[in-house]
Design a protein around this ligand. Structure first.
Ligand SMILES: *Cc1c(COP(=O)(O)O)cnc(C)c1O
Ligand code: SF4
Length: 355
């Protein structure tokens, strides 16, 4: 199964309540209203990673009635739509944009921050690609373009390369291209040799992947990442902190170590956004900080990402760090080590000058 063409695997995805109920002990009447609001798609590769009901793979893939009972009110708390000068292009920061070029994915993640849009047939306005490219062309301040969605790798090779990557590469002020994707994790068969050969031409092109659990680092995922890395494409990971999936220092540390071993550099751990329909995945910020304390010093610094919260209203991403500075005196700070000792550090040289 795991070496079949990705198009066949995608076509065999579980998308209806009846198919889901045939495979798993879930009630049709609890699934139907959920997938009516937020579509389901579970391709057979990702489905094969489920070991038992409620496990970390299950929680990311199987619709949960809690999605409809959520008390979080906002479908778009980060004000992405208000910060879109043209549909599908979010321009929040001075020099970079997020360009939503697809509304389709190989898995509709139950925790998706764009669940208001993904998988919905009307999510992509006609002309999105052309209007987005025209805006980028007319805006010389943009030097970094992030293709996202949905998943850009759900587009055909030709459409992604000829209609999107090539025109963007032709714009002189666009220095950096990035693709944000879950494909190497959710349907690694999509990373074909033919695709990688064509992507190679667009350097500097960075690919950031969302892996959320060590069980996602399979032989197939490892091969997909190896192909990309062998083509000289730097890989990063943007993990989402999710209750019941990876909200534990032991699980998160193992994930970060395994990512580094497949040449994927952990970039961000995201605090879950306040998106309607995802409240059952939310952890406290304290738990996120505890995970960061359990990484720094305890394992390779190369696999310690930054812990980010994305502020409501479009305030942007801000990194949070555990409090390492315990006390600030006049010219000495008391700093906590990773193994909980306190060490004094001279922060100014006033003392020295007086001597
Ligand atoms: C996350 C994000 C970016 C990219 O942020 P980096 O910190 O540069 O990775 C750009 N624009 C928007 C709207 C984003 O949400
Ligand atoms: S792959 Fe990304 S965009 Fe698609 S459903 Fe999952 S989190 Fe959302």
């Amino acid at each position: 199964m795991n070496d079949r063409p990705w198009q066949d695997l995608l076509a065999e995805s579980v998308t209806s309540a009846d198919e889901l109920c045939r495979r798993f002990p879930v009630a049709r009447k609890t699934v139907l209203p959920v997938i009516d609001q937020y579509p389901m798609r579970i391709n057979p590769y990702f489905l094969s990673l489920i070991r038992e009901p409620g496990d970390p793979i299950w929680r990311q893939a199987i619709p949960d009635p809690a999605e409809l009972e959520d008390t979080l009110p906002e479908a778009d708390p980060l004000a992405e739509e208000a910060q879109s000068p043209v549909p599908g292009l979010i321009h929040r920061y001075p020099d970079r944009v997020v360009f939503l070029v697809s509304s389709q994915c190989a898995l509709f993640c139950r925790h998706c921050m764009r669940k208001r849009q993904v998988g919905k047939s009307n999510a992509m306005k006609p002309g999105t690609v052309d209007n987005g490219i025209a805006y980028i062309q007319e805006t010389p301040a943009i030097r970094d373009v992030i293709l996202s969605g949905g998943d850009p790798f759900l587009l055909s090779d030709d459409h992604l390369i000829e209609d999107i990557l090539k025109p963007l590469r032709g714009i002189p002020h666009v220095e950096i291209l990035r693709i944000h994707t879950r494909i190497p994790c959710t349907l690694p068969q999509r990373i074909t040799e033919a695709l990688v050969r064509r992507l190679k031409a667009f350097a500097p092109l960075y690919i950031n992947i969302q892996f959320n659990h060590p069980a996602e680092i399979t032989p197939n995922a490892t091969q997909a990442c190896a192909r990309l890395a062998d083509a000289g494409i730097p890989l990063g990971c943007q993990t989402v902190l999710l209750k019941g999936v990876n909200d534990s220092p032991v699980v998160m540390r193992r994930l970060m170590q395994k990512l580094l071993a497949i040449r994927v550099r952990p970039y961000y751990i995201h605090q879950g956004d306040l998106v309607k329909g995802t409240g059952h995945f939310r952890t406290s910020v304290r738990e996120g900080l505890d995970i960061m304390s359990a990484l720094r010093g305890h394992t390779s610094g190369m696999c310690v990402p930054q812990y980010m919260i994305d502020l409501p209203g479009g305030g942007g991403k801000i990194p949070l760090l555990p409090e390492y500075v315990i006390e600030k005196r006049h010219n000495e700070w008391y700093i906590q080590t990773f193994d909980n000792r306190i060490v004094a550090y001279p922060v100014s040289n006033e003392g020295r000058r007086r001597n």
